[in-house]
Design a protein around this ligand. Structure first.
Ligand code: SAH
Length: 258
């Protein structure tokens, strides 16, 4: 089967990279020497995979049977392929102690992929991924920025984030409607954030859902909470609070309850 005969499936978010320089730059963004298992999500026709297999034995996860046939025929018969929907896959049986995830992720489910990665954060030390530009910016934004939001806080609680480079839509076939950005996430030293994680998540969500309001009006607080909490924090808006501020706020709110 040639690339030309391949039947592109829009429903699987198939936009294949065709610029070799960019493909190589992505492949070169991870460290192959630290004994981590390398997992590629969505290999497609193997643009990245062909570089990975020169340096390691990656596990590749692909939903499209036709793409898998193509890879086995054109890349190698011995690939370690899992034919599955990444979002439905039980990662516990696949992840080793230390794992690196890499991929040019399908745009339609890229945020869901990211949240699934977060569920396994203690085993995933690095992520190098291509996302829609706006999504990448949201993940990596810092307090004070209009783009700083729920995703930024929930990811940055556990990962250091870095924008690697932008990729213009001309570098794909078929050409997507959006621009893309490759980012790198590196696990920080926080094993577990120092507060009740469920309350933390719900607080972050509540605060940003009413992001124009001051925290005192955006989140549900009772009188006792209001007395305990530093006035400065209450008069700020969500986008001004750091991960640390959200952790402190969570602890102030939960202190009385435990
Ligand atoms: N890495 C390739 C292809 C990127 S396109 C390249 O850069 O050229 C995204 C790929 O993810 C496609 O191959 C698509 O079939 C696959 N994909 C889409 N949804 C998926 C899912 N839920 N689980 C696993 N793979 C998926």
């Amino acid at each position: 089967m040639s690339q030309k005969k391949f039947n592109h499936k829009k429903r699987f978010g198939q936009n294949f990279l065709i610029n070799e320089n960019i493909i190589l730059q992505i492949a070169n963004s991870i460290d192959y020497k630290n004994n981590s298992q390398i997992i590629e999500i969505g290999p497609g026709l193997g643009a990245l995979t062909k570089h990975l297999i020169k340096k390691c034995e990656p596990i590749i996860i692909e939903i499209d049977a036709e793409a898998i046939c193509y890879l086995q025929k054109n890349l190698s018969k011995k690939l370690n392929i899992i034919h599955a929907d990444f979002l439905k896959l039980n990662l516990n049986s696949i992840l080793k102690k230390k794992n690196i995830i890499i991929g040019n992720f399908p745009y339609n489910i890229s945020t869901q992929i990211l949240f699934k990665i977060l569920e396994h954060k203690n085993k995933i030390e690095t992520v190098v991924g291509m996302f829609q530009k706006e999504v990448s910016e949201r993940i990596c934004s810092k307090p004070g920025s209009k783009k700083y939001g729920i995703t930024s806080v929930l990811v940055q609680a556990y990962y250091n984030t870095q924008i690697l480079f932008n990729v213009n839509s001309d570098n794909f076939r078929p050409k997507p409607k959006v621009e893309s950005t490759v980012i790198k996430l590196t696990r920080n030293n926080t094993k577990k954030i120092n507060c009740n994680e469920d309350v933390f998540k719900s607080l972050v969500k509540q605060s940003f859902n009413l992001r124009r309001k001051k925290i005192r009006n955006a989140i549900k607080l009772n009188i006792i909470d209001l007395i305990k909490i530093d006035l400065d924090l209450l008069d700020k808006r969500a986008e001004e609070l750091s991960v640390e501020d959200f952790i402190n706020l969570t602890n102030l709110i939960t202190e009385n309850e435990s």
